[in-house]
Design a protein. Sequence first.
Length: 320
Amino acid sequence: MPKIAIVDKIHSDGIKLLEGNPKFQYEIIEDLSKNNLISKLSSFDGMTLRRGKIDAEILKKCKKLKVISRHGVGYDNVDTKFLKENNITLLVTATTTSVSPAEHIMFMILNISKGIDFYDKAVRDGKFESIMHMKNHNNFELANKKILIVGFGRIGRKLIKRCLGFEMQVYAYDPFVDQKTIESFGGIKVDNFEDGLKQADILSLSVPLTETTRNMMNLEKIKMMKKNAIIINTSRGGVVNEKDINKALDEKIIYGAGLDVFETEPPDINNPLLKNKKVILTPHAATFTKECLSKMSIETVQNVIDFFENKLNKSMIVKL
């Protein structure tokens, strides 16, 4: 009977798939410290993984481990080299993590373009009349603005529909997606990343963190953009260089930014971005809706069950 570790608590809807299943044993592990994971995980055949880092030192103790099912699509918290060398399968939630992130990106774009936080505070501070007669309104319409979507996967394909609904001009940069596919969604394929940056009013990043994408947006790249540009990163911390984007905002090189992810999570209390009023910050929460968390938990657990029952949809498997 396979024994499954639920590493970090997930929505109860996913847990229910194991609660009444006589074919599996499971245990929820909420202490994510390295020492605890080393001592606990050695007896498990499979695991689901939300937060927590599973490195080679931990994996070496997991002699029975056959599969890791990620609660999400990113896997930079797992030593994939070790998995490949030891024939351990890595699974992701390939179908449930796109709508909420796409909506979160739109929320950030709308918040920045309409000055929502500024107006909300002004009304609460009794400045209703003075705001009405401000001479310098920096807010802008989204219609006819150019957005560059970097990474045209599941999230990018949900995002483009929402952008087109606002009558935006949508460009997409993804070396792994052909022109015909992008055009079928109503977008325009960009072959040269730097050319795309130069024309974009808004940049949205939906890419994994790799050696290629690390510091993808540094000061040099940011300076290529328009002064009224907005950068949104909901992918992974490290794709955008935090020191550089903070400098760019302070020096008015770009207009604004929205960050859902950070190089270190949680970010250090002294991180200057925490005090920068030109950036909207959220705690890696793009999937934090009741619908998404429920569906992600179900898919995460179902992937493990399907793996052991030889019913797995191959689209869930990460090619290592």
